[in-house]
Design a protein around this ligand. Structure first.
Ligand SMILES: [Zn+2]
Length: 483
């Protein structure tokens, strides 16, 4: 029997700041363990925290981007628990007056898994958010046999917790939600949101019930999910597992489970009876924040969201919807595309070249767009050579490949060196006349209307030419002579 699925996500996302949330230690990834620490982030007795304004501003920026509101006063609370990765025995977080409330994340079509983009259940869906609050990350522990190692470099890194309403209904929607959110946070420069680096982590709450009129079923929480595709797999497994239990009359109890990606199954960690009482209380060391002045400061920095960018690319520049979605999927790529544009180059052609050629080459080299050796100005110069007839499109591809390897040279010089240059005045005309004279039968056939033979004659001219002229230009000359 089928069940209604209700899913809510809690996403922890490291905010991209230079320093930690409550001290001046540098935020870092992959550095020698325990080299970015101080009495504050080590939790030594008597150390006092200082708020990181950049982290607060970036969290408010994220909130503005997805239409959250903010309470007038936001405050800090202590969540008390003991764990080796949190030696203060409390985490500084926000309980009842978080920085952002409400808002929503649009699920972009191109953020769904590729295999189900043609069958999206609810296109244009927006997942409502409950809140976004700011807290500190804990240290990173690594377990080796009987001992555990702790790295405090991560302790105190600003961490946003983004809590959704239970609006999601499938693993595919959870997948699209995380990808869309990731894209939005990257767009605003709020976070790199790289899951492989642990910058984005997610807990899934999932419950099943028979009818829409039934109360929500007991909440099962899935912890320790570390990739977007694993989250989709874990949700599929859990829907299946709970359905089968319910069909056999086994009731579910509120509990926390862990996903084992190797075995492809979830395992019980603890039930509600073992839940902590965190004994929250207001942090006595940190003053509450008035949000209005900070919001005023941040508001001018709200960027276009990916879907707004895509709509502008589609409508102002006439690129296809697909191209617009690709170009808007990364803020560096969008900026690169816009910087390449020139009134003399059709935007569609620039989009094509970037998507088919540039992205392919970057992909082959494992290079990110913001590290692309070819500048937008160089690409523009190359595309202008195509527009003015100096280069044929396939010649432009060759010039680009060389340019990518030796970006110190300009496209015109490279085109020249490869022999792609217009023939000297009169030279091309002489060649065309020569070829026509040497192939009277073919020339006559073209005159009689067989335009296909123009390609043959063009080929003959290209073969005889000492340079490599633009074949389009040659065909045009032949056409003028013969038709
Ligand atoms: Zn520190």
């Amino acid at each position: 029997m089928s069940h209604l699925v209700t899913i809510g996500l809690e996403v922890h996302c490291q905010v991209k700041t230079r320093t930690k949330m409550f001290c001046a230690c540098r935020t870092s990834f992959g550095d020698t363990p325990n080299t970015h620490t101080c009495p504050v982030c080590l939790g030594l007795p008597g150390a006092l925290p200082v708020l990181n304004q950049e982290a607060i501003e970036k969290t408010l920026l994220a909130g503005l981007m997805i239409h959250c509101s903010s309470p007038e006063i936001s405050k800090w609370d202590r969540k008390n628990y003991f764990y080796p990765d949190m030696p203060k025995n409390y985490q500084t977080t926000q309980l009842d007056q978080p920085l952002c409330i409400g808002g929503g994340v649009p699920l972009y079509d191109h953020c769904y898994p590729t295999d189900c983009r043609k069958s999206i259940a609810r296109p244009g869906k927006v997942v409502r958010l409950t809140r976004i609050h700011l807290e500190e990350d804990v240290a990173k522990s690594t377990h080796l046999g009987n001992s555990s190692l702790i790295d405090f470099n991560r302790a105190g890194t600003p961490l946003m917790e983004i809590v959704s309403e239970p609006d999601l209904e499938s693993g595919e929607e959870a997948f699209a939600y995380l990808r869309s959110l990731q894209m939005i946070l990257q767009q605003g420069g709020v976070s790199d949101a790289d899951m492989e680096k642990g910058q984005l982590r997610c807990d899934v709450n999932i419950s099943l019930r028979r009818n829409a009129t039934d109360p929500l079923g007991p909440k099962i929480e899935l912890k320790n999910l570390n990739s977007i595709s694993a989250i989709r797999r874990a949700i599929h497994f859990e829907i299946q597992r709970q359905s089968e239990d319910l069909d056999r009359g086994i009731p579910q109890t509120q509990s926390t489970r862990r996903w084992d990606d190797d075995r492809g199954e979830t395992q019980l960690m603890r039930t509600k009876e073992d839940a902590h009482d965190y004994r929250y209380f207001t942090c006595p060391d940190l003053l509450p924040i008035r949000t209005a002045p900070l919001l005023d400061k941040v508001r001018p920095h709200v960027p276009e969201l990916p879907h707004e960018l895509a709509a502008r690319f589609e409508h102002s520049f006439g690129v296809t919807r697909y191209d617009a979605s690709v170009l808007s999927s990364d803020r560096h790529l969008a900026a690169y595309f816009e910087a390449t544009l020139d009134p003399a180059i059709p935007a569609k052609r620039a989009a094509n070249f970037i998507i088919n050629n540039l992205l392919g080459t970057l992909n082959d080299h494992g290079t990110a767009i913001d590290a692309c050796p070819v500048t937008p100005a160089q690409l523009r110069a190359l595309l202008l050579l195509v527009e003015n007839g100096t280069l044929a499109p396939n010649q432009a591809n060759e010039v680009f490949a060389t340019l990518y390897q030796s970006p110190a040279h300009d496209p015109a010089t490279i085109a020249n060196a490869l022999g792609f240059k217009p023939a000297a005045a009169g030279e091309l005309e002489a060649l065309v006349n020569q070829v026509i004279a040497n192939h009277p039968a073919e020339a006559a056939a073209v005159r009689a209307g067989n335009e296909k033979l123009l390609n043959f004659l063009t080929g003959q001219v290209m073969k005889t030419a000492t340079t490599k002229p633009n074949p389009k230009q040659v065909t045009e000359l032949l056409r003028q002579r013969l038709l």
